[in-house]
Ligand binder design. Structure first.
Ligand SMILES: Nc1nc2c(ncn2[C@@H]2O[C@H](COP(=O)(O)OP(=O)(O)OP(=O)(O)O)[C@@H](O)[C@H]2O)c(=O)[nH]1
Ligand SMILES: [Mg+2]
Length: 203
């Protein structure tokens, strides 16, 4: 019987994005407490149950220095040449991915209050059977992929940089160009996204 090596915590890196404008929320979502735990702390804790190395990619690490993020490392993102820093999550991801040393990376937005460790860990066990040509393994929904809670292969970095250099900033448009494997998501509510004060009231 063939023995497939399983992806383990040490073979997975997590990247948490915390660099958005939070314009709909009106204050930095990363710092908003949900059941007394700031969102970024909560998401980083979940990331750490999946991966040994956790990076927080943000233009403003000092803003988060008083959070309890033991073992997480900040990557300070920088503007693209001649552009403002509001470049969006795709560029933040690329700057984080450049530091990754493992085959797979788990990418997480910081505004996901209902993430479930068991689901993410189940997804990790599926990575070994993802086709060699796939650049990512993601949950899908009727309008496209769920790009900010899923897995990417480190080796997609050159394709990502090429897309960005050509002016691309949309995850959906980038992902359309390559094979992506579908991850099962029995309860889509895990990906509930806390963007507005109304969302927060539901959290
Ligand atoms: N590092 C980094 N993260 C980003 C950037 N833009 C968005 N994000 C993150 O991507 C995730 C999804 O962001 P959104 O909810 O779409 O947008 P937002 O900019 O935070 O908020 P809005 O201004 O209301 O759209 C969140 O975790 C953000 O912190 C960026 O330029 N850099
Ligand atoms: Mg959001």
């Amino acid at each position: 019987m063939g023995h497939e090596a399983m992806t383990t915590r040490s073979e997975l890196t997590a990247i948490v994005l915390a660099g958005g404008k939070s314009s709909r929320m009106g204050e930095d979502k990363a710092l908003i407490p949900i059941q007394r735990v700031p969102l970024l702390e909560r998401v980083c804790g979940i990331a750490q149950s999946c991966a040994d190395v956790v990076y927080v990619v943000t233009p403003w690490p000092e803003r988060y220095q008083d959070l309890l993020l033991p073992g997480c490392q900040f990557i300070r993102e920088v503007p693209l040449f001649g552009e403002p820093l509001a470049h969006g999550p795709l560029v933040g991801f690329a700057q984080g991915l450049a530091e990754v040393q493992t085959e797979w990376v788990l990418l997480l937005a910081c505004d996901l209050p209902r993430l479930r460790v068991e689901v993410l860990q189940d997804w990790v066990t599926r990575l070994d059977s993802v086709g060699d040509n796939a650049i990512a393994a993601l949950a899908d929904h009727p309008k496209g992929w769920e790009p900010l809670c899923g897995f990417y292969r480190r080796r997609c970095l050159p394709q990502l940089l090429e897309f960005i250099n050509q002016g691309g900033r949309s995850f959906q448009q980038w992902l359309q160009q390559y094979p992506v494997e579908v991850l099962p998501l029995a309860e889509p509510e895990m990906l509930f996204n806390c963007n507005t004060p109304e969302d927060l009231a539901l959290s």
